[in-house]
Design a binder for this molecule. Sequence first.
Ligand code: ZN
Length: 387
Amino acid sequence: MRLITASSIHDGQKWMPSGTTLAVTDEGIITDILDTPTEHTIRYDGVLCPGFVNVHCHLELSHMKGVAAEGTGLIPFLKNIPQYRNNYTTEQKQEARHTAFENMLQNGVVAVGDIANTDDTKDLRTLGKMHFQTFVEALGFADSGAERSMGYATATYASFAKQSINAKQLKQSIVPHAPYSVSRSLFRLINEHSPSGIISIHNQESEEENKYYYNKSGLVNDLLQSLKIDDSSFVPTGKRSLASYMPLLSPEHRLVLVHNTYSNLQDIEFAVQHSGNVHWCLCPNANLYIENRLPDIDMLVKAGVNLCVGTDSLASNHQLSIMAELATIKKYYPALSWETLLTWGTNNGAQALQLTDVVGSIATGRKPGILHITHIDSSKPAVKRIA
Ligand SMILES: [Zn+2]
């Protein structure tokens, strides 16, 4: 048992009163919270907070680190993915994802929302070192291929589900990749698969997505044509993408919208009207890598939506670190307080992944993983897990 305190302690939602002292067991369980330190208390300079929650990652793409050029825009980036993702041996992929996973642990992440197109990441889930919400991604834009796409996703889902029978920290659901890669029929099948499952989707990562929904024009249209994908069943809606696809998903699902780089106030109002269960996930370093642009975070904050943070994959990021994402947001939006930003990186992420009963808060009886952050206002804050 240790007693610990720090210059500042964040409980996942707010700063705790000065002098707050945590009693923590060797296993990391918080057994008591005291108002003042005792003579046996260890004092840390800097910040203590709960472990980070990375709401959006693709650990299975870790071998693609540095492959894609920066600043090309989303559509040229996507063209590169199929070309490169299978250009590696099983061993190379395995080594890369284990290295990335260990780095993510060292960066203080305790829970992850991880996109999967294959069941490659089963080996990481069984290590028991992190809470996993695996999002098995379904893809297919030809309406006629919906059953086949869903069949493949369901088989992958079953492979993950087998692991989670006796492991509380492992969950999974089937989710759509993006509005321009999933047909209406496939949206319906995904929606019906698990009525209470969490759904995550890459949302408005490029303005081209909105253009395509308006009138079937722009680079998304060019991409689908060049890949010879049958888009004959797609009828442009004359609306923005979010207003077009969201009605296909039941508001019973917790919905995690990822990126939102080109979302506007109209989109937020539509989402709020459609469902009270929407979480907006920011991946700023990936947005800068791919589109060299950030979402309008001031607008999202003013609208009062739930914000959380993800890293995306090493194909579009230099590291898998929530601290690095928060530091980027702070750099571009200096008026946002660390109290708010740490909430996004911890408790809000736990809410998005329905994990608030296990991670994301400092409270008696919890085992959230406790992080020690130093030099928080520098360009590279340091994070160390101390419990
Ligand atoms: Zn992604």
